[in-house]
Ligand binder design. Structure first.
Ligand code: ATP
Ligand code: MG
Length: 255
């Protein structure tokens, strides 16, 4: 069964960073194949992986509204196009959603897209969906359920408060979320006790478990400055050891 992991959280908290680190984790642990979906209209997950994007699903959707080459059904054309948009790497594929159609558009192109995405999804052990800030985007995607929702927060009282609010508003979404986790990112080391208290309080009172805490990492900053892939971070770097320990515990408990 395919497991869907989605990232939520306010702007700049580290959703894309976490997505890239999850790809590294899942491929390293051979929990493959993985499909990474960049659902941010301003796509940038590919940059952290040092990959070039040729086409996005948004561009395909536009083409689908036009004429289909003769000798092909729309389904066949669609499937071919989606495969062209897939960036195939070792252990994972990356698919970039690109610009969304206007809100409330249920045009035929979207339905074809949803059907083809469903078929595609079956090929993977894990699907990671990197979102832009805000939850409305999640409900617009062609997902029926999310197995793990990671709500990423910055290390501030207001950040934790926002994460709690996100955890609370997921319920009315037309989307089943099986498990919600709080992930506090970019924390000072050691973590201030007042922040720890806020985290404990949030986890006790809101419907989310603490996945873990990721310290602020010079390795991540340096890797990004060098335009090098996060996948190439050494396994013994502090941040990699930290996130691998978080995901080891989480998946061991969850699976
Ligand atoms: N643990 C960390 N240590 C140091 N820098 C970090 C850490 N996590 C994220 N950053 C940096 O913070 C910035 C924002 O991170 P990222 O792009 O992952 O956030 P985001 O939630 O995806 O943002 P957006 O809402 O714009 O999509 C990036 O420059 C990233 O390198
Ligand atoms: Mg992002």
């Amino acid at each position: 069964m395919t497991k869907v992991i989605a990232l939520a959280g306010k702007g700049g908290t580290g959703k894309t960073t976490t997505s890239a680190l999850l790809i590294k984790y899942l491929t390293h642990r051979k929990m493959t194949p993985v499909l990474a979906v960049d659902a941010d209209a301003n796509a940038n997950l590919n940059e952290l992986l040092d990959l070039n994007v040729q086409t996005t699903l948004g561009e395909i959707r536009k083409e689908l509204k036009g004429d289909i080459p003769t000798g092909m059904t729309r389904d066949q054309y669609m499937e071919m196009k989606i495969h062209q948009a897939l960036i195939e790497e070792t252990g994972f594929d990356l698919l970039v959603m690109g610009q969304p159609d206007g809100p409330g558009c249920y045009c035929a192109a979207n339905q074809y897209l949803a059907m083809t995405m469903d078929k595609l999804a079956e090929n993977y052990a894990y699907i990671i969906v990197d979102n832009e800030a805000g939850m409305e985007h999640l409900s617009r995607m062609n997902l029926r359920s999310i197995d793990y929702l990671f709500i990423v927060s910055d290390p501030s009282a207001r950040g934790i408060m926002t994460a709690r609010r996100i955890a609370d508003i997921t319920e009315p979404l037309q989307l089943e979320i099986k498990k919600q986790y709080l992930l506090v990112n970019r924390t000072p080391d050691p973590i201030p006790s007042a922040l720890q208290a806020k985290i404990d309080e949030a986890v006790a009172e809101a419907d989310m478990e603490l996945a873990g805490i990721i310290s602020s990492s010079d390795d991540l900053i340096q890797q990004e400055l060098n335009r090098a892939s996060y996948l190439d971070l050494p396994d013994n770097s502090a941040v990699i050891e930290q996130v691998f320990a978080i995901f080891d515990a989480l998946f061991a408990q969850a699976e």
